[in-house]
Design a protein around this ligand. Structure first.
Ligand code: CP
Length: 348
């Protein structure tokens, strides 16, 4: 059974084309902020997935706009470069009729020495009710959440977390895997795991989804993950993950391969001999991908270093869903803005 939920969240919107179809059986959303996926239980991840389905229905309409966030101010405050996350949050918020304010730290008073906390107080005084934030320092959105009266959505913090990316990755895998489920599927995350907030958030959501998760890369870029994997519980019905530098073993029979960018900007000296050597040993090429299932799903969160972690012909291979990830990012972020707006000031 579905209800047509309008701007107020009440049933029976008088404007059918302005409604979002949401299941009446859906559990309530309890969270005021989205700082990482580690606080979401499986029913909440499922709620994000089904709400994203509803947002895709909205996006398929001739006019992909609903009034769900009319009158709400969504402020997007990014201290680091971004194309996909920043633009998709802006598109998502506008599709929900929010008032959107964009602040790039590089052209703000941050350059004059303003602290993060003072910036948060300032944007709230300027009307921000929902704050989407990216920061180079791990934990910065947690500090923001402690000082902000509305909801904070983490658009990526340092090496730590990128929850909306993990949720759009899960959504995209379910869309493209036969049977629509990740449970029991061999999912390989390949590359610079050490510096990757995408990998860290995906570990939580993919193990919760029951994936057979393999992390693969040079041992210098896997440091610490072996201990995390060894300590992760083997819960019936849920997955755990393993760590290897054996690329052949990782790719053999893989259902999904997600290549990660080599993050040169975060790389301390000595972790890699050279990009050329990395590409030669760990780059995802057509020849190496032949070890995976013939219908393997190829992913990359972007931005890509083509010719380093992924060959150009693999990035554009028919099995690549990299542009689908970007497109799904809008629907997933619409779903998250919608869910968080529903508990503004009430959640934890
Ligand atoms: N995947 C991702 O976060 O991309 P951007 O840096 O372009 O936002």
């Amino acid at each position: 059974m579905t209800l047509e939920i309008g701007a107020s969240g009440s049933p029976a919107s008088p404007v059918p084309e302005a409604a979002i179809p949401v299941s009446a059986q859906a559990p309530a959303w309890r969270h005021r902020h989205l700082l990482d996926v580690d606080v979401l239980d499986w029913s909440e991840i499922e709620l994000v997935m089904t709400t994203t389905d509803a947002m895709r229905e909205v996006l398929a309409r001739p006019i992909a706009k609903v009034p769900a966030l009319r009158g709400r101010n969504v402020t997007i405050l990014f201290y680091e470069a971004s194309t996909r996350t920043r633009v998709s949050f802006e598109v998502a918020a506008k599709n929900l009729s929010a008032d959107v304010v964009n602040i790039a730290a590089a052209t703000s008073s941050v350059t004059k020495g303003e602290s993060l906390v003072d910036t948060i107080r300032t944007v709230e005084a300027l009307g921000a009710q929902m704050l989407v934030m990216r920061h180079a320092v791990s934990g910065a959105p947690y500090l923001a959440a402690a000082h902000f009266g509305g909801s904070v959505l983490n658009g990526g913090d340092g090496w730590h977390a990128h929850p909306t990316q993990a949720l759009l990755d899960l959504y995209t895998m379910r869309e493209h895997l036969p049977g629509g489920s990740v449970a029991g599927r061999k999912v390989v995350i390949l590359g610079d795991i050490l510096h990757s907030r995408v990998a860290r958030s995906n570990i939580w959501s993919l193990t919760a989804a029951g994936a057979d998760l393999w992390l693969c890369g040079p041992s210098t870029l896997l440091r610490g993950f072996d201990r995390w994997a060894a300590a992760s519980p083997r819960i019936p019905g849920h997955g755990r993950f393993q760590v290897t530098s054996d690329l052949g073993a990782a790719l053999a029979g893989a259902d999904v391969v997600m290549a990660l960018r080599i993050q040169r900007e975060r790389m301390a000296g000595g972790l890699l001999p050279s990009l050329r050597e990395y590409a030669a040993r760990f780059g995802l090429t057509r020849e190496r991908l032949a070890a995976a299932r013939p219908d393997v799903v190829v992913m990359h969160p972007g931005p890509m270093n083509e010719g380093v972690e992924i060959a150009p012909d693999v990035a554009t291979d028919p099995r690549s869903v990299i542009t689908n990830q970007v497109t799904n990012g809008v629907a997933v972020r619409m779903a998250l803005l919608y869910l968080l707006a529903g508990v503004h000031g009430e959640g934890r």
